[in-house]
Design a protein around this ligand. Structure first.
Ligand code: SF4
Length: 242
């Protein structure tokens, strides 16, 4: 836990002023935005989400719309067949179980019950649920995306092959009240410094705390990487803006 506290302090020095407040966006919006964000960039998933809302409208209309119309609205974000079918199925199941297309009832449930409830829906996993909890229900949780998974494993906080396993290994090690803050700091850090390709180990504040075996190699390489562009990874920080 001390290591995590140290990392939080150092990352707050790196990103002064970053003070994330869990948002209170509509939970169903966040759930669907998260589904659209799989395997794509924040920009395209946000465009797909807005297309869905602007071209079709409220979720009841999306439920009754032909699949082809949903596919066309979200085409920009890829995996169109899979995502459109998953969204339609989710809306159908939600309507059957709750009688209406709303997840606002989750506000009254404990964190544990929310995980239990949403895991009943096909295609909804721990990461998606954590996003809904953090970005719409104001819960202090720790969503694990590709950035968080990569960085926590390099730092030696986790030793896991998948984001789901990382989530299980790390969630209870984070001091209470700091989970969402830690998530947000790691996303920012993973995008700017501990990038998937060519991490900037040479100027990293966490260098001495890091267990990444190749950190010396990348520290030496950093000079030669100056002025080269590096592709931006997938992430779901865009959910903050839904
Ligand atoms: S030293 Fe390199 S690998 Fe380790 S946390 Fe920093 S940027 Fe990431």
């Amino acid at each position: 836990m001390n290591k995590i506290n140290n990392i939080i302090e150092l990352l707050q020095e790196e990103f002064p002023g970053l003070d994330p407040k869990p948002s209170k966006a509509d939970p169903l919006d966040i759930l669907i935005a998260t589904m659209l964000s799989q395997n794509t960039t924040d920009k395209t998933s946000y465009r797909a989400f807005m297309n869905l809302k602007n071209d079709i409208g409220i979720w009841d209309e999306v439920l009754s719309a032909p699949l082809s119309r949903i596919k066309s609205a979200i085409r920009v974000c890829g995996l169109t067949n899979q995502k459109s079918a998953a969204i339609k199925k989710l809306l159908k199941e939600l309507k059957q179980k709750q009688g209406k297309l709303s997840l606002k009832y989750l506000n009254k449930l404990s964190d544990e019950k929310i995980y239990e409830d949403l895991l009943q829906y096909d295609g909804v996993g721990l990461k998606t649920i954590s996003c809904v909890m953090a970005f719409s229900l104001g819960r202090d949780v720790f969503p694990v995306d590709t950035h968080v998974h990569r960085v926590t494993n390099r730092l030696g906080i986790a030793n896991a092959a998948t984001p789901v396993k990382t989530f299980e290994q790390v969630k209870d090690k984070i001091p209470e009240g700091k989970k969402f803050l830690f998530h947000t700091l790691l996303i920012r850090f993973g995008r700017k410094i501990c990038r998937s390709q060519n991490p900037l180990c040479g100027s990293c504040r966490l260098y001495d705390l890091c267990s990444f075996r190749e950190k010396e190699f990348y520290a030496e390489k950093q000079d030669s990487m100056k002025n080269k562009t590096v592709p931006v990874d997938n992430n779901f920080i865009i959910l903050e803006h839904v």
